[in-house]
Design a binder for this molecule. Structure first.
Ligand SMILES: [Ca+2]
Length: 156
């Protein structure tokens, strides 16, 4: 007995298979695009936060005469119970005149967090980016894996 089944896939089966593969591929692409968008959103916040923190640090120095916090001690946004407090948050100084809160990384974990240090004459602020990786490589600093800003990019 000769039937069309003996030839392998029917047209309907082929169309169904192609449709399922196309659906799976588009689902993966949507997921990748969503992940990219989330990384980009977090990086936009990080770069904006770097500007906010830097402005507060510079205004503090204009008013007080030195950069905030003690010299030579690196601070990170994860090692504090109340990191976002504008006075005595993760940077140990009163920055409340310049900002109502101290920004922290949107993830703020062991990999993604902010770091600050100063010495007597310079300061540096760092963050780790997920999307704009070339910004971290081309910031003029000494660490291509980290986005660095400040008056001396070799302190951290
Ligand atoms: Ca860098």
């Amino acid at each position: 007995m000769y039937t069309s089944r003996s030839h392998g896939f029917t047209i309907a089966e082929l169309i169904l298979t192609i449709t399922l593969i196309a659906f799976a591929v588009s689902t993966v692409l949507v997921y990748i695009n969503a992940t990219d968008a989330q990384q980009k959103t977090r990086d936009d916040k990080r770069l904006n936060d770097m500007n906010t923190i830097e402005r507060a640090v510079l205004e503090y120095r204009t008013d007080i005469g030195v950069y905030p916090d003690v010299s030579g001690t690196a601070r990170t946004s994860i090692n504090d119970l109340n990191p976002t407090k504008s006075s005595g948050g993760w940077i140990k100084a009163d920055l409340s005149r310049y900002n109502s809160y101290l920004p922290i990384d949107p993830l703020n974990n062991a990999t993604y967090h902010y770091t600050y240090i100063r010495n007597e004459i310079n300061y540096e602020i760092n963050c780790v980016l997920e999307y704009y990786l070339e910004r971290a490589q081309n910031d003029g600093g000494n660490n291509p894996a980290v986005y660095e800003t400040g008056s001396n990019l070799t302190l951290l």
